[in-house]
Each structure stands twice: as C-alpha cells, then as structure tokens.
Design a protein around this ligand. Structure first.
Ligand code: HEM
Length: 193
C-alpha cells in the first residue's frame, strides 16, 4: 500500500474519533452537566482544528516537495465542514428547535453568531464545489472561489475569540499558527513573482 493511502486511512479514522466519542459519551450519560454546551464546544473546536490543519497541507507540500500529500486536503476540509455542520445543527436543533425566526434574530443580535454563520456559509460553498466535476466545470473560478478558505479561517478564529470562554493563550496559539500559514503563502507568492 502506498504511504499516502495508509495516511489517508489513518487520518480518516482519527477524524471520526471526536464524533464517535460524543456518541459513546451520550449513551453513557457522560456529556457533563450541560450537554448542549459540551457538544457545541467540542464540535466547534474540532471544526477549527481541522480547518487550520487543511490550510497546512499546501505549505507542507511546498516545503517537503512530497506532492501526494495534497490528496489529504479535500478530506480534511470536508471533515472540518462535517464538524461545523454538527456544530450548526446543535445550535439550530438543540438550542432553537429549528425556530427559524429566533435563529435569524440570534444571527443579527450577537456578532459572534453572525461570524459563525458567515463562516458556515463559506464552508458550505466550498464543500458543495469540492467535487472533481466542480473543479472541471468552474476551471479558474474554482481556484478563486476556494480562496474563501482564507476568509473562513479568519472569521472562524474571530468567532472563537468572541465566544470569550477560552483563555487568551488558546486563541493566541491558533492565531499564531494561522498567521504563519497565511504568511507562508504571501512569502511564496512574493518569492515567485
Ligand atoms: C452556523 C454557524 C455557527 C453558529 C450558530 C455557532 C454558534 C456557536 C455557539 C452558540 C457557541 C458556544 C458559545 C458558548 O458556549 O457560550 C460556539 C462556540 C464555538 N464555535 Fe461556533 N457557531 C457557528 C459556526 C462555527 C464554525 C463554522 C466554527 C469553526 C470553523 C465554529 C467554531 C467555534 C468554536 C471554536 C467555539 C468555541 C468552543 C469553546 O468554547 O471551546 N463555529 N459557536
């Protein structure tokens, strides 16, 4: 088996662990005293971790010259979207029971929810156009559209920061990683201009 195929399988299985753990903990009644909060936080954190990991693939490929690693990018991005969808569903179903009017009010009233929703919609547009058919059909526009991942990562991190529950150190950690990953891209473009 090629190393990339093995790595893909390992990452696929590993990325399912947080969701699987949530399901097991739910059955065992171990979702803490505030299950909705716990599920929201867990799915949100995994969405952002996987989103930033997705952004690390291109720099890793350029630095190592190992081209097959690019095959991980779509899978990681879709897993980020998977956790963002669980996060969104927790809010819309468990918090609001699909009360669209109250959800709309929440989006307008609380800036961190506005940013979360904007991030989710960007990730949704990336996920639906992530197929090979879309790449072929959209051509150059596909590359332009998929640059939305940079905006989505910034709005996701701002949303995370505005939640205000985490320590500044944790948000700073992700901000430094994201700045390095975006900075690498700028450096690369300038170097090859
Ligand atoms: C539909 C859009 C979204 C809504 C309505 C939403 C809503 C929420 C809510 C209600 C919380 C918990 C606030 C609290 O506990 O006081 C939260 C936390 C969080 N969300 Fe979102 N969110 C959305 C999209 C996203 C996306 C797309 C990401 C990441 C890519 C994300 C990442 C996070 C993170 C990291 C946290 C903090 C978790 C923690 O406290 O440890 N959210 N979000």
């Amino acid at each position: 088996m090629k190393p990339i195929v093995l790595l893909k399988r390992v990452i696929f299985a590993a990325a399912l662990i947080p969701a699987g753990t949530l399901v097991v903990d739910a059955f065992r009644g171990k979702l803490t005293a505030n299950p909705i909060d716990f599920i929201t936080d867990t799915t949100g954190v995994w969405a952002i971790r996987l989103l930033i990991t997705t952004l690390s693939i291109t720099p890793l490929r350029r630095l190592t010259g190992w081209n097959p690693i690019i095959q991980l990018r779509r899978m990681l991005g879709l897993f980020a979207f998977f956790y963002a969808t669980l996060h969104f569903l927790t809010w819309s179903v468990l918090d609001w029971f699909f009360d669209v009017r109250s959800m709309g009010e929440d989006v307008v009233k609380r800036p961190f929810i506005t940013l979360g929703m904007a991030t989710f919609l960007m990730l949704l547009s990336l996920a639906v156009t992530s197929t090979k058919a879309s790449v072929r059909k959209l051509g150059k526009k596909w590359t332009q559209l998929h640059r939305l991942i940079y905006a989505a990562s910034i709005t996701a991190l701002t949303h995370f920061w505005l939640v205000g529950k985490v320590t500044v150190t944790e948000v700073m950690y992700w901000a430094v990683v994201l700045t390095a990953l975006l900075g690498f891209r700028v450096w690369w473009v300038v170097r090859h201009a």
